[in-house]
Design a protein around this ligand. Structure first.
Ligand code: PMP
Length: 413
């Protein structure tokens, strides 16, 4: 296979070809959202220019075109995540909505007082709050698997937390705050062996590595399109067919019904049962285009390149005096999280922005894991395959300057 060329890939993303504050834009906020290739932008325009219609209802040419495009996107998602059947792919708004769907539909059907839901310290708030709400509503209890000082899951503690009361294990595959790649397949296997349902949050994984829900073995898997080069407002809930078919719907309305009278409604089978109302048709089609784009490059090539880039970036950051990297697990993807010798993280973010470098400073919607490391906020550069070693060199050089300047101005707190 030809070697992966990040500079060629970068040319596919028109937004990257601009200056901010007079400096070439260096986009290192990919964990918050990724940029969109021209192929996705063009596909959205073509949908609205040539195909736009509601789906599944009207019997006319455009409805057929829109339906075909939407269902073709579903098939692309199925292939991308390695699902066995397109009926296992539910379109939702994003990872947050997917997890809420499972908590509200599956959770209220199967979770009772005294049951336990297991999550990890690494979770994004989207994989904490819905379970907390479910626990408050049902009398179930939330249990949390701790991490070690590198930010990796304590498997001994995990094994201890699994018990006869455990109903669900819900964990991330990649931490958005630290970049830790968790041993999700092993954790799912342990849960399954005990008859426990599992949800894997793939929001931060799918842009960095090949994933396969069947080799993960999970019952549910969630992702957000906008974190994998697709539009905002579209995401996916994968559910194993037998699990989805045993689930009551979440929202009610059009599209999800087979027959309605005032006495009784019969529902569609999965996935329509979980797609009430008019969905985000165009952006689902856009997600399909993003997947086609990624498949042309190849996720294995992306994973190999980013592995190298992350090592390069880690080494670069560690040359900055006073920099403390948070999250030092051996297996990481896409994310670097750090604090700098008492400098305020928001000052670092602002100073980098003035140099054209976009990173996120803050709690990254994962307050518990940052507090586990004694901080409220970190600076988080996050990578995608269109980033280059030159981007990293610019970041490292800027951090050397920013630190010297902040220290000189006495802004150390
Ligand atoms: N899980 C993880 C690991 C994430 O990184 C994010 C987004 N930061 C989410 C869930 C929620 O995704 P969204 O906001 O797209 O619903």
């Amino acid at each position: 296979a030809p070697a992966f060329d990040p500079r060629a890939a970068r040319r596919d993303f028109p937004i990257l070809n601009q200056t901010v504050h007079g400096k070439p834009l260096i986009w290192l906020d990919n964990a918050a959202t990724t940029q969109k290739p021209q192929a996705v932008i063009d596909r959205l325009a073509r949908f609205y220019a040539e195909e736009n219609s509601n789906i599944h209802r009207a019997a006319h040419a455009l409805a057929a075109r829109a339906t075909d495009a939407y269902e073709d996107a579903r098939e692309k998602v199925r292939r991308f995540v390695g699902a066995a059947d397109t009926r296992e792919i539910v379109f939702v708004r994003g990872a947050t909505e997917a997890i809420n769907l499972v908590a509200k539909a599956w959770g209220h059907q199967f979770v009772r007082e005294g049951d336990e839901i297991v999550v990890t310290w690494l979770e994004h708030h989207a994989n904490i709050v819905p379970w907390q709400q479910l626990c408050a509503e049902t009398g179930a209890r939330l249990r949390v698997v701790p991490v070690d000082d590198d930010g990796q899951i304590r498997m001994d503690e995990y094994a201890r937390l699994l018990g006869p009361r455990t109903k669900l294990v819900s964990l991330t595959l990649v931490s958005n705050a630290l970049g830790t790649v968790t041993p999700a397949a092993e954790m799912v296997a342990m849960a399954r062996a005990a008859g426990i349902r599992t949800l894997v949050d793939g929001a931060q994984a799918v842009s960095h590595m090949p994933v396969n829900v069947q080799s993960l073995g999970c019952d549910f898997f969630v992702l957000s399109g906008h974190k994998m080069f697709a539009p905002t407002g579209i995401g996916v809930l994968y559910g194993r067919l037998d699990v989805l078919e045993g689930m009551r719907p979440w929202q009610g309305g059009g599209n999800m019904i087979a027959d309605v009278t005032f006495e009784k409604t019969a529902y569609q089978p999965a996935p329509m049962r979980f797609e009430a109302g008019t969905g985000n048709i165009a952006d689902a089609v856009g997600l399909g285009a993003a997947i086609a784009y990624l498949e042309r490059i190849g996720m294995p090539a992306i994973a190999a390149y980013e592995h190298h880039l992350l090592d390069y970036a880690t080494a670069g950051l560690l040359t900055v005096p006073g920099l403390r990297l948070i999250g030092t697990a051996r297996e990481k993807a896409g994310v670097l999280s750090f604090v700098l010798d008492g400098c305020k993280t928001e000052d670092i973010g602002r100073a980098l922005d003035r140099e054209g470098i976009a990173v996120r400073s803050g709690h990254h919607c994962a307050q518990p894991i940052l507090r586990r490391f004694g901080v409220e906020s970190t600076v988080r550069p996050s990578l995608a395959f269109y980033n280059t070693c030159e981007d990293i060199d610019a970041l490292t050089a800027a951090l050397h300057r920013v630190r010297a300047e902040l220290v000189r101005r006495g802004q150390r707190s």
